[in-house]
Design a protein around this ligand. Structure first.
Ligand code: FNR
Length: 369
């Protein structure tokens, strides 16, 4: 369908399912084991209800914000998703260019199909970028990669901590062979790449399962970028991250692609915010809590913000947008979200992001399924 007939982010998924080669669809859409967590990521948002406030003069509303000190036109960032060229010949550059045009922040994946420098070169001057890091067994490779990213102006390092071993994404595993062009740059950048068991396994064999809390000071010693742990699920680990001097955490289950039957980031948010409130100032300007997983509507984002998130990440929504329509698809996705923000903020009675408060949601059903 023409792009102007796409009315929401779900529509991109329906198009991607039809237009993508079978192998790409399997890699992008798959989640681990019985795919219970990926369904729960959507379901959790449907257990939170709004408590809208009225008569607040919402003639002008503003949904812009800052994320880790960087301006963002939306309280949403583009989360890292590997192998963009499986979906579109321009791969991740579709995201970079659309993000530049609309003032959105992209998190560059370690496993990007385009090289890191190609992506940074495609950004506009001053465009904020984040980097998602898979830590290599060879720490020298990781050190060089991180320091190069900092030199090139990347603002924050999101270390993925929920993938010491890749989850079994069975749809993807049935597809066996690696797409050579999509994985080529990964093989160039990170050594130890094997080609046998499905796209994801093949390109991720360099990831170090020995990574531990003891490594955090080492990261601090090699970079001044903000350090965020991506893939936190419990108050215990949120506190450890805070005490380790990280600048934030992403409550994420990797889009349901890692430990199946783990809870959704949204559900974990409530307990984690409660634990952090007991430890330090709240909201804490030096420690941000992000959420991702299943976010497809501005209303989802607003629910997460009301419950204490600073911003949310979207993976598949943008991935399916460029798989279907390239850069224009991503731009359309951002515009759709922007229009949804305008309407939803007026309807709940919040004129700015800071007016989105806990009292605007009823989360009493969130923990009962
Ligand atoms: C991911 N995600 C991911 N995360 C990460 O830290 N490193 C990675 O390489 C990837 N790769 C990746 C590939 C694909 C195809 C998907 C769908 C996801 C997880 C991603 O950053 C994010 O946590 C989820 O995508 C969020 O869930 P939604 O928005 O896809 O529902």
């Amino acid at each position: 369908p023409p792009l102007d007939e796409i009315l929401n982010l779900h529509d991109f998924e329906a198009v991607a399912k039809v237009v993508l080669p079978e192998k790409a669809w399997a890699y992008y859409s798959s989640a681990s084991d019985d795919e219970i967590t990926i369904r729960e990521n959507r379901a959790a948002f449907q257990r939170v209800w709004f408590r809208p406030r009225i008569l607040r003069d919402v003639s002008s509303v503003d949904w812009s914000t800052t994320i880790l000190g960087c301006k963002s036109s939306l309280p949403v960032y583009i989360s890292a998703t590997a192998l963009g060229k499986l979906g579109h010949p321009d791969g991740e550059l579709n995201l970079t260019r659309a993000a530049a045009k609309h003032g959105v922040i992209q998190m560059i994946p370690t496993l990007a199909s385009c090289s890191f420098d190609e992506i940074v070169d495609a950004a506009s001057p001053g465009q904020p970028l984040f980097l998602q890091l898979y830590v290599n067994r060879d720490r020298e490779i990781t050190k060089k990669y991180v320091q190069h990213a900092e030199k090139r102006g990347v603002k924050a390092l999101f270390i993925t901590v929920d993938a010491p071993q890749l989850g079994r994404r069975e749809k993807d595993m049935r597809m066996k062979s690696v797409d050579d062009s999509a994985g080529a740059k990964v093989q160039e950048n990170q050594s130890g790449v094997k080609k046998d068991q499905g796209v994801s396994r093949a390109i991720s064999s360099f990831i170090d399962p020995s990574l531990s809390w003891k490594d955090i000071p080492w990261f601090r010693s090699i970079t001044n970028m903000h350090i965020i742990l991506k893939g936190v699920s419990t108050p215990e680990d949120a506190i450890l991250a805070y005490e380790a001097g990280c600048q934030g955490i992403v409550l994420s289950n990797h889009g349901g692609r890692q430990l199946d039957t783990s809870r959704s980031g949204l559900e974990n948010l409530v307990d984690i915010v409660a634990a952090l409130k007991q430890r330090g100032p709240w909201p804490n300007p030096n420690f941000s809590v992000f959420v991702d997983g299943g976010v497809r509507r501005a209303s989802d984002v607003i629910k997460a913000l009301a419950l204490g998130a600073s911003a949310v990440g979207i993976g598949r929504g943008f991935l399916y947008a460029f798989s279907s329509y390239g850069q224009e698809g991503v731009e359309r996705a951002i515009e759709i979200l922007r229009d949804e923000f305008e309407m939803n903020m007026r309807l709940i009675g919040a004129r700015t992001i800071s007016e989105i408060v806990p009292d605007m949601v009823d989360a009493s059903a969130l923990h009962s399924h």
